[in-house]
Design a protein around this ligand. Structure first.
Ligand SMILES: [Zn+2]
Length: 327
């Protein structure tokens, strides 16, 4: 139901008589009004937490049977030594859910080189990837560590090639733990062997080791199921939420929250109606209360719905009718 605009003041001002709490709220659109046909103005007095909404899922290892996997490998890499290719495919592929970053395509290419049996490109690619991920972390996070002794050495640089330095800084900033630092150290040693001449070097074995290590590193950072230190994984059925006590951690701020949306305990995403949170409780809520409310809501939404929202209001703005939604 679309109502008249009497509850709305002009652009950037706000709403009176919020249908959820009855109060007055200011909303700010620093970049101008969004272009979407319906602009959400959720009641700010409802407690919401960050929920992961953008991610990469690979379900092929679960979905495909062996025949289909073989067909896919043959299509991509040719029919020769298919059994070995399948064995390598099984070594590197696992189903799961990762935070999306540009590294994803590179991981894929390195894995494909390995499946194909291209050991040198797989080895060097795996090592380069590790260096790239470390640089990405370092420069993505540096502004959070201005008081660190490392900051003045790197703040005006665009890259760091010194692996020992990368490892030390990320360890000191607690972005990686001692186990991850150990993985990086081993990758560094493989990298050194790969780019220099080592007589009779076993590239096949080194490639297998490098790819195992780089996948371990990438997973330990970006694989949601391995990041239970920052996520509630399926503690609330079917979904991944950021733990409240971790939302101020620099890694979470820079690499996780941009992939999340804030959502309420009584929220639903409906294909035709968009986001709604009828029955939302006004006021602060602890994380434990939030989780209980969410479970109770999913068990029976009708027990919570009070019909106060969603409500839509239209106003004329610059000759156009714009619709606002209190979800
Ligand atoms: Zn309100």
């Amino acid at each position: 139901m679309v109502e008249s605009g009497k509850r709305f003041e002009v652009l950037g001002a706000g709403i009176r008589e919020c249908p959820r709490c009855g109060g007055t709220h200011q909303f700010h659109f620093p970049n101008g009004l969004p272009k979407e046909p319906r602009i959400y103005v959720p009641c700010p007095r409802v407690t919401r937490f960050w929920r992961l909404s953008t991610f990469y899922i690979d379900s092929t290892p679960n979905v495909l049977d062996e025949e289909q996997i073989l067909a896919q490998i043959q299509d991509m890499h040719g029919a020769r030594e298919l059994e070995q290719k399948l064995a390598r495919w099984r070594e590197v592929r696992r189903p799961g859910l990762w935070l999306i970053f540009e590294y994803r395509e590179m991981v894929e290419e390195v894995m494909q080189a390995y499946v194909q049996g291209l050991h040198y490109p797989a080895l060097t690619g795996a090592c380069c990837l590790a260096e790239r991920v470390m640089n990405r972390l370092l420069f993505g996070l540096k502004e959070h560590y201005k008081r660190s002794v490392h900051y003045k050495r790197i703040y005006d640089k665009s890259r760091v090639q010194n692996w020992a330095q990368l490892r030390k800084v990320l360890r000191d900033w607690r972005v990686i733990d001692s186990e991850q630092a150990g993985v990086i150290k081993k990758l560094h040693s493989l990298r050194t062997d790969a780019v220099h001449y080592v007589k009779d070097y076993d590239y096949e074995e080194a490639a297998a080791e490098a790819i195992r290590l780089v996948l371990q590193l990438v997973d330990s950072l970006f694989f949601a199921f391995d990041r239970k230190d920052i996520f509630w994984v399926f503690r609330i059925p079917g979904k991944i939420w950021v733990r409240e006590d971790k939302q101020d951690v620099p890694f979470v701020k820079e690499f996780v929250l941009p992939l999340c949306h804030k959502a309420g305990a009584t929220m639903l995403y409906l294909n035709d109606e968009g986001y709604k949170e009828d029955g939302a409780i006004v006021g602060p809520m602890t994380e434990a209360e939030f989780i209980e409310t969410r479970k109770s809501y999913l068990a029976d939404p009708s027990k919570h719905d009070d019909g106060k929202t969603p409500r839509e209001f239209s106003i004329e703005f610059q000759g156009e009718t714009r619709t606002f939604v209190v979800p």
